[in-house]
Design a binder for this molecule. Sequence first.
Ligand code: AR6
Length: 175
Amino acid sequence: MQIEAVQGDLTRERVDAIVNAANSTLLGGGGVDGAIHAAAGPALLEECRRVRKTTFREGLPVGEAVATSAGELAARWVVHTVGPSWNRGQRDEAQLASCFTRSLDVAAEVGARSVAFPAVSAGAYGWAMGTVADVAVRTVRAWDAARPGEVDLVRFVLFGATALAEFERALGEVD
Ligand code: AR6
């Protein structure tokens, strides 16, 4: 698997699946979630509503993931995951790791071979970017080791230079 980090706007990624740092309602919000819904158009919200009515009536749990189609985005699927909120006291790295593991599980299930992630939980949810980068890189590598050949490319798409630097550092540190 190729794992890379770039600076950019996740909504413009031409990969099979982009991952949304959503909240449990799946009904949109600010940050990357708001940008994805704005770029995808109303079809995405419609499908999220359907997922809520059928599969996740109580909301999508923290650390879980679910795939929908991607509306008008260039990507084919949006994989929605809910990161833990540091600001609300959700400080378990295993929950954050689960977002990356479950997102890749779900992406592989729908047949995605290239997946782009944002820095889940590093915005409104308040986790330190360096921690998110470490957990993200470590977890994606472990997933690939467990399921080799299933996903060819994971790209971390970061909004700012500081975020990119943290992911580049994490990628450069072999554990
Ligand atoms: N492309 C790439 N990265 C982005 C983009 C973009 N278009 N927009 C923002 N980011 P956040 P969270 C970065 O807050 O911390 C929402 O309201 C951003 O700079 O989007 O998991 C949801 O509905 C930051 O580094 O996600 C939830 O309620 C990173 O994406 C809550 O926020 C994640 O920031 C989720 O909070």
